[in-house]
Design a protein around this ligand. Structure first.
Ligand code: NAP
Ligand code: ZN
Ligand code: ZN
Length: 351
């Protein structure tokens, strides 16, 4: 099926309308009419060629929510009319140890997991993501959405920003009695604040933007620290069990490592295009501190997160935009001027 989309043709070409082919649903497939798609900083890194291996035309978008229009004969989990989501992955090898554990993002198969966009599909072609009117996805990589339909624009960002912060928070045990820091309060960070708070952790936001302080408290932070203020940073020294760092540019990690308790961990989820300066070794060894990384989340934990959010009335704070406004949205994202995620209303693309 020819499907309307927005694509960029090179790292420096503005987005423009484009037509892509979507497959007719096979036996295990779910065909989805896309209603909203969140705008992740990874979309920008990819579209602008900041990460290696990008193929053009490039159609980003991996925070997809919509309605099922058709299902294949063997689809048991979904039916037409149902609200569903698709996140960062549309397939994986399905047999390796990570896939068996429901951690498909760490697939050890020959090509790893297949990204929702720019993922290899054989024959030199790559996948096209959610800046499009429709998508066809194997039922194993489709998520059920329990939120009300009126909340859909704000549910979309859970599919990446939500799960990317949920996964490390759960893995490193965020909960009552734990002090958790979230660094960089953009799309990922604002979800990190909401989720850490909902899990019962003492939650501290770290921001470079003084004008966000009151809002970050409203999102659920017990305290907010201006990360450029050395006095405020020093007051937090040695006190964190866990810090989740979402910053999208290279920066000095030592400033945050110093805030960890003995045995504390800072998890990097931000993925800058150039490396961070090497952290100071003594700062790590003297307190058995760790720096770790974490990639999105597996399908079972994504469903767990969506169900948790539906139960606790958690959605993202979104600014709904038209597809045609994407260039301006990227420019604003680069200025940290997003409160806190753009969500594209796909009606604008279909009109
Ligand atoms: P975003 O909305 O642009 O948020 C990033 C935030 O970082 C900004 O809002 C800003 O918050 C802070 N920041 C920006 N410039 C900074 C600077 N120079 N120094 C310190 N802080 C700065 O981006 P996002 O969509 O949340 O994505 C964040 C990063 O995570 C990107 O690199 C993205 O590719 C990556 N990502 C990784 C995964 C994964 O699986 N690991 C998944 C999705 C995204 P303040 O105004 O509060 O300082
Ligand atoms: Zn993302
Ligand atoms: Zn695998």
């Amino acid at each position: 099926m020819q499907t309307k989309a927005f694509a960029t043709q090179s790292p420096t070409t503005p987005f423009a309308p484009h037509s892509i082919e979507r497959r007719a649903p096979g036996p295990e497939d779910v065909a989805i009419d896309i209603l909203y798609c969140g705008v992740c900083h990874s979309d920008l890194h990819t579209a602008r060629g900041e990460w290696p291996g990008v193929q053009y035309p490039c159609v980003p978008g991996h925070e997809i929510v919509g309605k099922v229009t058709a299902v294949g004969a063997k689809v048991t989990k979904f039916k037409p009319g149902q609200l569903v989501g698709v996140g960062c992955m549309v397939d994986s090898c399905r047999t390796c140890a990570s896939c068996q554990d429901g951690l498909e993002q760490y697939c050890e198969g020959p090509v790893g997991f297949t990204g929702t966009y720019n993922g290899p599909v054989g024959g030199g072609a790559n996948t096209y993501g959610g800046y499009s009117a429709a998508i066809t996805v194997d039922q194993r990589f489709v998520l059920a959405i329990g939120h009300a339909e009126k909340d859909l624009a704000a549910v979309a960002p859970l599919l990446c920003a939500g799960i990317t912060t949920w996964s490390p928070l759960k893995h490193w045990g965020a909960g009552p009695g734990k002090k958790v820091g979230i660094v960089g309060i953009g799309g990922l960070g604002h979800m990190g604040i909401k989720l850490a708070h909902a899990l019962g952790a003492k939650t501290v936001g770290f921001t470079t933007s003084p004008d966000k302080v009151d809002e970050i408290k409203r999102l659920g932070a017990d305290e907010v620290v201006i990360s450029k203020d050395e006095k405020q940073m020093a007051a937090q020294a040695g006190s964190f069990d866990l810090i989740v760092n979402t910053v999208a540019v290279a920066h000095n990690l030592d400033a945050y490592v110093s805030l960890l308790k003995r045995d504390g961990t800072m998890v990097l989820v931000g993925a800058p295009s150039s490396p961070h300066p090497s952290p100071a070794v003594f700062n790590l060894v003297f307190r058995r501190r760790a720096i770790a990384g974490s990639l999105i989340g597996g399908i079972p934990e994504t469903q767990e997160m969506l169900d948790f959010c539906a139960r606790h009335n958690i959605v993202a704070d979104v600014e709904v935009i038209r597809m045609q406004e994407i260039e301006n949205a990227y420019a604003r994202m680069l200025k940290s001027d997003v409160k806190y995620r753009f969500s594209i209303d796909m009606a604008s693309l279909k009109a």
